[in-house]
Design a protein around this ligand. Structure first.
Ligand SMILES: *Cc1c(COP(=O)(O)O)cnc(C)c1O
Length: 398
């Protein structure tokens, strides 16, 4: 018998705020009613600043982030097209796998898990591509398996330097809505997310924003697709409708989640994620453990992947957290299984929640056999939060 709160510290699905859950408790409605379209149109308008775009076309497909990956590929590229991708964690690995299975000719750059997108290797390959064979460059903005955020602007810069006109596709599933994303400034052609991470909703929507170039590419390729066709979707979404039945409850939840994000202010949402994440990292440092992310410049503000000492198994840490403390941590994925666990810190979160995550992680680590001084990570995070929040209060008073 479990009592009390179930603590969810996985990097998606994230905690859904009570008001968002309640906003979804609405009767079924006619998705073709004359007054339905306004809901979708408002959602699209309020998603645009979260993607950092004023001109991209936002599309909401029933599905999840993986569905949005597939929509991105099958709408804009043809089987046999050459694309440039990197593998540096489980999510980038899965996207490579999908691209291969959909028939693309994938040039894969493998780098150590814990590193970001290999910008220098990308630059060399793009520069060497004299006949412009690469049709697209894929970037996993935030590798959720390793807690690594890559610099999309840097990738755009090297594409500009060598004058390569490939499309730029970005997986922002665990970044968009939690850390700054600048589709227009970075000239991203297709940006991808889902409803259940930074957007604080249940899973059920794969969300894309497409540039004019991506839309043009969607009209000139030989891939087969039907359900995920951009053309059908864009025609219907002009009026706020869908080519088929949308998950109307999730749309109501998303409406409320967007209201919350804009009421807080996107800059404040991003600052909060940065502040909470830094507390978690200081806690981990105080334990004497290291991160999977190999450099401070690529630390993720949405998820922290923590290496456990060689003498213990991270699966025990996760199991103890779940069985004894009603707490879910993220597991070490694929080659990190047993070696790492993850604390997701994105979406509807505050200091009390990250401190709880650290406190329960201390218990779970110690009970799994790690040498952890109780309270050390919690105290390090408390010191940081006190300092950071004093600074916030001072700035607000000025
Ligand atoms: C969660 C995640 C996905 C997969 O999204 P689903 O919604 O589970 O299909 C893809 N990429 C990244 C970076 C993710 O974090």
């Amino acid at each position: 018998m479990k009592t009390g709160l179930n603590h969810l510290y996985i990097p998606g699905p994230t905690n859904v705020p009570d008001v968002v859950r309640m906003a979804m408790n609405v009767p079924m409605q006619d998705q073709r009613a004359p007054d339905f379209g306004g809901l979708t149109i408002g959602i699209i308008k309020d998603l645009m600043p979260i993607f950092g775009t004023t001109k991209g076309r936002v599309m909401l497909f029933p599905g999840s982030g993986t569905g949005a990956w597939e929509a991105a590929i099958t709408n804009t590229l043809s089987p046999g097209d050459k694309v440039l991708m990197a593998r540096h964690g489980q999510f980038s690995t899965l996207w490579v796998d999908m691209a291969q299975r959909l028939g693309l000719d994938v040039d894969v750059v493998d780098v150590e898990w814990g590193q970001g997108v290999p910008v220098v290797a990308f630059a060399e390959k793009l520069a060497a591509d004299k006949d412009r064979a690469y049709k697209a460059v894929f970037v996993t903005h935030n590798e959720t398996a390793t807690g690594v955020t890559s610099d999309v602007a840097d990738v755009r810069r090297v594409m500009d330097v060598v004058g390569h006109d490939a499309l730029l596709f970005v997986d922002g599933v665990s970044s968009i809505g939690s850390i700054p994303f600048e589709m227009d400034a970075w000239r991203v052609d297709l940006a991808i997310t889902g409803s259940q991470k930074g957007l604080m909703c249940p899973a059920g929507l794969g969300i894309l924003a497409a540039s004019d170039r991506a839309i043009a590419a969607s009209k000139a390729n030989t891939s087969r697709r039907c359900y995920f066709d951009f053309g059908d979707m864009l025609k219907m979404s002009e009026g706020g409708y869908f080519p088929y039945t949308p998950p109307t409850q999730i749309l109501h939840g998303l409406r409320r989640a967007l209201d919350r994000m804009h009421a807080e202010g996107l800059d404040m949402v991003y600052a909060r994620h940065a502040r909470l994440a830094e507390g978690v990292r200081r806690g981990v440092a105080a334990w004497g453990l290291s991160l999977c992310a190999d450099h401070p410049s690529n630390y993720s503000d949405t998820v922290t992947a923590i290496r456990v000492p060689d003498s213990i198994d991270a699966r025990d840490v996760i199991r103890i957290g779940y069985d004894r403390y009603n707490t879910s941590f993220g597991s070490g994925l694929s080659r990190l299984a047993g070696k790492a666990f993850r604390i997701g810190h994105l979406g509807d979160l505050n200091e009390g929640m990250t401190l709880t995550a650290l406190a329960i992680a201390e218990l779970s680590l110690a009970e799994a056999g790690a040498k952890i001084a109780f309270g050390s990570g919690v105290a390090a995070a408390q010191f940081w939060y006190a300092e950071a929040n004093a600074t916030v209060a001072r700035l607000a008073a000025e």
